[in-house]
Design a protein around this ligand. Structure first.
Ligand code: FPP
Length: 258
């Protein structure tokens, strides 16, 4: 078993004490995996897992906001998820509507601002409207940003940026020498997150050890924490343990240890 792997049975309530509240990661990004397996284990339809997953989103949003996380990015639907059966896609498209219908007052109470990255123009009208409403209703909040990746894919994002930059070069408004890493960063969908564009830590639940097209540009120096827990089973202790694991890493950004 690899060392960065946290098994459920290694999660010990006492370890929570190790969490250093002065060094909470500013941007936490999560690949919320395992809804289907959670449901399957209970002989329930897959959508029951997504419904419970939505409740977990509410819990984790509150926990992260209380800890002082600045940005919580959640991978809710990828550009590849359209390949799932129509009934599942349709249920997933309804979730943001359900979520914001019931949760916006609490988001406002907690000073949380909603943002979205992804191709939202391709979402069903009602889904898009729910997301845009939530962004509008929370736009003046100054606390944590709850950033949903919805119809998001890292390769698609980079491709769009390359197309935009190539068009500018073609029309003569941008010189090739002006194409820098800073220009690319500020052209990504995450540019709206200002100084918190790049995740400090990416957490993936449910045992898979891969990135699945999530924030490919932005994770260059992120730490990765992989958990066996299925997303609907994520709770405060496991979330804090993932942050403890992050705090034990030695981030050097290509330099030497200070
Ligand atoms: C991956 O699990 C999960 C998804 C593709 C959907 C994630 C969505 C939620 C957690 C709810 C989102 C809530 C809001 C408010 C938008 P999976 O279905 O691939 O699980 P499996 O690998 O076990 O089949």
């Amino acid at each position: 078993m690899v060392s960065f792997w946290k098994k459920n049975n290694e999660i010990d309530e006492n370890n929570e004490l190790e969490l250093d509240l002065e060094h909470i990661p500013k941007h936490v990004a999560i690949i919320m995996d395992g809804n289907g397996r959670w449901a399957q284990q209970r002989h329930l339809p897959r959508i029951a897992g997504h419904k419970e997953g939505m409740n977990t989103v509410k819990k984790v949003t509150k926990i992260a906001s209380d800890l002082g996380v600045k940005v919580l990015t959640l991978y809710a639907f990828s550009t590849e998820n359209w390949k799932r059966p129509e009934t599942e896609v349709s249920y997933l498209m309804g979730l943001p509507i359900k979520f914001f219908d019931t949760f916006v007052p609490e988001l406002i109470e907690n000073n949380v601002r909603v943002e979205v990255i992804g191709y939202i123009d391709q979402l069903p009208t009602a889904t898009r409207a729910a997301v845009e409403n939530a962004m509008e209703q929370t736009k003046d909040n100054t606390g944590m940003i709850l950033n949903f990746a919805l119809n998001y894919g890292g390769r698609a994002e980079i491709t769009t940026v390359v197309q935009e930059i190539a068009s500018k070069v073609q029309e003569g408004t941008l010189q090739v020498a002006e194409i820098t890493t800073d220009l690319l960063s500020s052209s990504m969908m995450t540019a709206k997150l200002d100084q918190y564009q790049d995740p400090d830590v990416v957490i993936r639940t449910s045992g898979e050890i891969r990135i699945s097209n999530f924030l490919l540009w932005q994770v260059a120096y992120s730490e990765f924490v992989f958990l066996e827990t299925h997303w609907p089973d994520m709770n405060e202790i496991i979330f804090k343990q993932a942050l403890v694991e992050y705090q034990q890493r030695n981030r050097r950004f290509g330099g030497l240890k200070k």
